[in-house]
Design a protein around this ligand. Structure first.
Ligand code: SF4
Length: 307
């Protein structure tokens, strides 16, 4: 039974795989169409939101091996691993290359799931069909970056796609029901309102997606946002406001949607601001305490509105 006031990932994995599950993050050496002629999304840096291991000479197989060994040294009990193709856009490559990248996981029997991170405008039926073939042996997740339902925010962060492309990608993927869709969102845009947060939760709740991952809009070294921040033209959201946003989002979100992440996760040594975001454990505790103080939980107001 879940003891959090939201549907947390650990409990979900426990039910799915019967034990403690960890993700191995993989940099498959791909690129992103949004970074070809520009610096990409405002918050992105040259590592494409990933580990940068490919550029250091580690192929996919060695990254998985090192990931498994590292996690086994750190944690006593591990029951399953998920291979997470994280860096850049993991459907932006010819089909044979994607197939060979993803098939690398077959060399590791301890891997039980595959998760592929990508942009909505890099989805088509062939790629989704290929991914769905892994459902015979693995739990399959497609991590889709929406970031915002507000087109102005999407333009400001230079995402290079709109909500329409996201909806088309969801429509294609839903034809393959063994694929679990996990939507990435960003909180902390300038002047982002609580009403927008609430609308985002309700919008996603009626799409039939399986999970969400919330990131804080933080400033990372090497990103275009760093220049804007240093010029005094971007102020990161403060902690109390962020916690209020997350709690409001959860209250209006469908109770069955799994929460894969509730806060930002800059790579070691890359965070510039806000520094409060470094203490992830404290933020998660505060989110939970805030929900409990107001006798609230995921889906509290969603039920009142929809049913
Ligand atoms: S879609 Fe991802 S990899 Fe591409 S520019 Fe944006 S954050 Fe970077």
């Amino acid at each position: 039974m879940n003891d959090k006031p939201y549907r947390d990932l650990n409990s979900y994995f426990q039910r799915l795989f019967g034990g403690k599950t960890y993700k191995i993050t993989i940099d498959a050496g791909l690129t992103c169409p949004n970074r070809i002629n520009s610096r990409g999304c405002l918050y992105c840096n040259e590592r494409g939101s990933g580990t940068g291991l490919w550029a250091k000479g580690y192929d996919i197989e060695s990254q998985i091996r090192l990931g498994i060994e590292g996690l086994r040294r750190k944690y006593k009990k591990i029951d399953a691993f998920i291979a997470y193709f994280q860096s850049y856009t993991n459907t932006y490559a010819p089909l044979p290359l994607l197939k060979s990248n993803w098939e690398t996981i077959k060399k590791f029997p301890e891997i039980r799931g595959i998760s592929v991170g990508t942009r909505p405008d890099c989805i088509d039926r062939e790629r989704i069909e290929l991914l769905s073939e892994f459902s015979i042996d693995y739990k399959v997740f497609l991590e889709l970056g929406l970031q915002s339902i507000n087109e102005e925010h999407l333009r400001w962060i230079k995402r290079g796609h709109g909500v329409k492309e996201f909806e088309e990608a969801v429509k294609i993927t839903k034809d393959y029901p063994t694929i679990n869709i996990v939507v990435h969102l960003i909180f902390g845009f300038p002047e982002q309102t609580l009403n927008e947060i609430k609308e985002t939760a309700l919008y996603l709740s009626q799409l039939g997606i399986e999970g969400v991952k919330i990131h804080l809009l933080y400033v990372a070294k090497g990103s275009a946002l760093k220049d804007i921040f240093e010029a005094g033209n971007f102020k990161p959201v403060d902690k109390d406001r962020y916690i209020e946003m997350v709690c409001t989002f959860l209250e209006y979100l469908h109770p069955e949607i799994v929460i894969h992440r509730l806060t930002g996760d800059a790579h070691r040594g890359e965070l510039i601001a806000p520094l409060w975001s470094m203490d992830k454990t404290a933020i998660l505790k505060e989110i939970e305490a805030t929900l409990r103080n107001r006798e609230s939980y995921q889906g509290k107001f969603f039920k009142e509105i929809i049913y």
